[in-house]
Design a protein. Structure first.
Length: 90
């Protein structure tokens, strides 16, 4: 968070999804156009942790959660709202 960039945290490890979530690959592909402003991190869920497996969080640089979900539905809109248009959008 010290870099002033956002964070997309996927708790689906590096898998392709388990039927309940999109998988890290789909989330990574969605956030790629914002990679100059948002860091993508994938990790396995902790047993007994506060979030279920397959969830993802988009965290603003100030630490607030801007978006959460198991699939990238609505993620591009949240990225545009909080981080501007993608780098390749001109």
């Amino acid at each position: 968070m010290r870099t002033g960039r956002g964070l997309l945290l996927s708790l689906n490890g590096d898998g392709d999804g388990d039927g309940n979530g999109a998988g890290a690959g789909a989330l990574c592909a969605t956030v790629e156009p914002w990679s100059d402003r948002v860091v993508f991190v994938a990790g396995p869920p902790e047993a007994g942790g506060p979030l279920p497996a397959g969830q993802a969080l988009l965290v603003r640089p100030d630490g607030y959660v801007a978006w959460a979900g198991p699939r990238p539905d609505g993620l591009p809109e949240a990225l545009i709202r909080w981080f501007g248009f993608p780098a390749d959008a001109g």
